[in-house]
Design a protein around this ligand. Structure first.
Ligand code: C2O
Ligand code: CU
Ligand code: CU
Length: 465
């Protein structure tokens, strides 16, 4: 009934799509696809994967502190017909994490076809916040997986092997096209994960009059910030998560709001001339990057009982100090004339999957990640460890104008992350503490979470010894 204008083309009604999914059998014998998993800090997660894809796969626990064996990277593929148990202690803080397939060279295809789900981790700080705000999970505190898909004939999800930046023609929110969410008057907390292959969103909220509705940024990849930051929009790159709080206490039943990706400069400087023509050539039918795009309609219901608590001054006491003495490691992100994305002089394929460096367990390093100007934004992701951003330099205008400290950091940079956007021309410095409770040689990946870049080898392996 509602003209949401969310998508340029509707999906074909009645045609069943064809997806790849993690099917969980519940005790009652029902099957749930890509279930959201719940865990508690200090608890343990155990998942058995039975591979019936007819293809190698893995489950990678994105953002989670794990040993190599449980990391589910391409180093440990699970063959068709095999079974594999992932089991580890939850060492992360509360936050929204996710799991997805990560077989070498096939991650983009498998994730695009549907192999991804969310993990919600809770701890005492998190529960205290829920209590203070009066939130109820599933009512005014929800987790959303946002992913654009490319649909072909009969709604089949298509992905071309060897493709570049696979952006879709339709955005699904929790696998739902044209989503509408019924909200109660009160606080609304949305925990958002960008599970898209290559699309970058700039999340914002508008009312019916296209008035921007500010929100509070509560947290990021690795959990709550020390305090909430009021914002009008926030970038969300592939792999990243943000935790946002909307104040809907003064809304009336029937009011409409739209969660959208607002206009930004996509800075796809790697392709020759004007992005629009190039984009259309490279991605026939896909929605261009950086354009205004509706994501989810929020409709105020007349049901009573919304979250009516108060937002605490302090959300978390977790703090990581900046260590000026940390050993520095520079990285340059660039593209060869052949079109191959590189990290320094490395590319995972050229390195034949070998580790390119070793790090002493327990050391603290500062990685200075510099992106060429003739490049595009790269969401750089680290396995096995989370990190803090210590600064941004030479940021483009749309990032620099969001900076709130002398280090050039935006509110999004102030918490714990596992994926960070590095814009063309920019240097982002991150500090990583390589302490871990495992022994022996543990191998991990550092890569671009644009999954097509990753599959093309914009990834390096390293070992912690
Ligand atoms: Cu979410 Cu190596 O990936
Ligand atoms: Cu990961
Ligand atoms: Cu990239």
């Amino acid at each position: 009934v509602l003209q949401t204008g969310i998508h340029p083309q509707p999906l074909r009604e009645g045609a069943l799509s064809d997806v790849w999914a993690y099917a969980q059998r519940t005790v009652s014998g029902q099957v749930q696809l890509n279930p959201t998993l719940f865990a508690r800090s200090g608890g343990r997660l155990k998942v058995t994967l039975e591979n019936r894809l007819g293809d190698d796969t893995t489950i990678h626990w994105h953002g989670m502190t794990v040993d190599e064996a449980n990391d589910g990277s391409g180093l440990h593929p699970v063959r068709h017909g095999e079974r594999r148990v992932y089991e580890f202690d939850i060492r992360n803080r509360a936050g929204l994490y996710w799991y997805h397939a990560h077989p070498h060279g096939q991650t983009g295809m498998q994730v695009h076809k549907g192999l991804a789900g969310l993990v919600v981790v809770e701890d005492d700080e998190e529960l205290a916040l829920q209590k203070a705000l009066g939130l109820t999970w599933g009512i005014d505190d929800i987790a959303l997986s946002i992913a654009d898909k490319q649909f072909g004939l009969r709604n089949k999800i298509v992905h071309e092997v060897g493709a570049d930046d696979w952006v879709g023609d339709k955005v699904l929110v929790n696998w739902t096209p044209d989503p509408v969410f019924e909200a109660r008057r009160g606080w609304l907390r949305l925990r958002l994960a960008n599970t898209s292959n290559a699309r970058l969103y700039c999340i914002g909220f508008d009312d019916e009059h296209r008035q921007r509705l500010p929100f509070h940024l509560l947290g990021t990849d690795g959990g709550l910030l020390d305090r909430a930051h009021r914002m009008e929009s926030v970038f969300l790159g592939p792999g990243q998560r943000v935790d946002v709080l909307l104040d809907l206490r003064d809304r009336s039943p029937g009011d409409l709001l739209m969660m959208r990706s607002v206009v930004y400069d996509p800075m796809e400087n790697d392709v020759g001339i004007g992005p629009p023509e190039d984009f259309a050539m490279e991605h026939p039918g896909a929605m261009p990057m950086g354009e205004d795009m509706a994501l989810m309609l929020i409709r105020m219901s007349d049901k009573p009982g919304g979250a009516a608590g108060t937002l605490p001054e302090r959300l978390s006491t977790h703090a990581v100090g900046i260590r000026e003495d940390a050993a520095r490691r520079p990285f340059r992100l660039w593209i060869q004339d052949s079109g191959r994305w590189m990290i320094n002089h490395w590319n995972h394929h050229l390195a034949h999957g070998q580790d390119v460096f070793e790090i002493r367990r327990g050391s603290v390093e500062r990685w200075d990640i510099t992106n060429d100007m003739r490049s595009m934004p790269h969401p750089m992701h680290l396995h096995g460890f989370q990190f803090v951003v210590t600064g941004r330099a030479n940021s483009p205008k749309q990032v620099a104008e969001r900076a709130i400290d002398p280090r050039g950091r935006t509110p999004h940079d102030l918490g714990v992350l596992d994926t960070v956007l590095v814009w063309p021309g920019e240097t982002v410095s991150i500090q990583i503490d390589f302490s871990q409770p495992y022994s022996g040689r543990q191998r991990y990946m550092f890569h671009c979470h644009n999954l097509e870049h990753e599959d093309q080898g914009m990834m390096i392996g390293f070992a912690v010894i």
